[in-house]
Design a protein around this ligand. Structure first.
Ligand code: 3HC
Length: 288
């Protein structure tokens, strides 16, 4: 398969990353089927995509009007229907290996034989995910960053059996959707970015858990003194506290108490209206 053969893309997941990736792909002119397991999750994702496209249009950041882009997006809760005629499938399921493998086994049964199967996993082994299929050579990692529509980078990750043809096609596709790909040739936990970013969030979470700093101090220090666009807690609220939780769990790493506390309370960040900061009333960060 060549880049020109990719017309139809299936995105499996309509949460923050799923609808963001579907948006980027649709913005580049591709037909997209966005699928999640429940109707209301799919609808919420679609609405957020519409909100985002409106924002981009208001600021003159996109050439087409939101309706034209949205017309390229179909939604479904049926996995079989989503992947049946897809040339590329991008899986954006929760960060748990058992779920990823289940999804890939099912996709392998229903997607066309020559389709490329990509995972947006943040840190899990592409090799192991690919082992759930009969086409491990056609499985590759495409790791986007949150929010996909604003973040330029995408990691293109080789599993042990990923062919060069597959990885090169994924790389070309990432360029075609106006993002900047980098190859990650070693299938190590966290790949490149999260291997570097993980300790940033971890150190901050342990410091706060042990009473050595407050959430606001850690964020303010990184933003105002170090010039980061967001501090570790604000970033975690953006990406979802549960994502970092599952990444640590799957890697067998200890969970900092402050993270456990938030997960137990269901305060997962912006998406639930409350995480390390409050968002329900539009308050957001309070460290400034
Ligand atoms: N679509 C459209 N507009 C959006 C948007 C979206 N998805 N998300 C935010 N906006 C809008 C806001 O509503 C706001 O609009 P307004 O101007 O009308 O109020 C505007 O964008 C915010 O603009 P700002 O000028 O304040 O911020 P920037 O656009 O300059 O930057 C940012 C925002 C890109 C999120 C920046 O803060 C940043 O880079 N943060 C760090 C993000 C990051 O590191 N992401 C990676 C996380 S790790 C990850 O994803 C890996 C995974 O595996 C866990």
């Amino acid at each position: 398969m060549e880049l020109g053969d990719i017309d139809r893309v299936a995105v499996l997941g309509a949460g923050n990353m799923g609808h963001g990736i579907a948006e980027v792909v649709a913005l580049a002119g591709y037909d997209v089927r966005m699928r999640d397991i429940e109707e209301d999750i799919v609808e919420e994702g679609y609405d957020q995509m519409a909100w985002s496209l409106e924002k981009l249009a208001e600021k003159g950041l996109v050439d087409e009007d939101p309706e034209t882009v949205l017309a390229r997006v179909e939604t479904t809760v049926d996995l079989r229907e989503a992947v049946a005629d897809a040339d590329l499938v991008i899986e954006v399921a929760p960060e748990q290996m058992s779920i990823k493998k289940e999804v890939f086994a099912e996709v392998d049964d229903y997607a066309p034989e020559d389709a490329i199967l990509a995972s947006n996993t943040s840190s899990l082994s592409i090799t192991e995910i690919a082992s759930a299929t009969d086409r491990p050579g056609q499985v590759v990692g495409t790791h986007f960053f949150n929010p996909p529509v604003k973040m330029d980078l995408v990691e293109v990750i080789y599993g042990a059996e990923t062919t060069d043809e597959t990885a090169e096609l994924a790389y070309a596709f990432v360029e075609a959707i106006d993002k900047t790909p980098i190859y990650v040739r070693k299938d190590v936990n966290g790949f490149v970015v999260n291997s570097v970013l993980g300790p940033f969030g971890d150190e901050a979470a342990w410091m706060v858990s042990e009473g050595e700093a407050t959430v606001e101090q850690a964020d303010a220090a990184m933003v105002h003194r170090k010039g980061y666009p967001m501090g570790p807690f604000e970033l975690s609220d953006l990406t979802g506290i549960d994502i970092g939780y599952h990444v640590r769990k799957e890697a067998g790493k200890p969970i900092p108490p402050i993270v456990q506390e938030k997960v137990d309370a269901g305060d997962l960040g912006q998406k639930t209206g409350r995480g390390y900061y409050e968002y329900e009333d539009g308050e957001g960060t309070t460290y400034e």
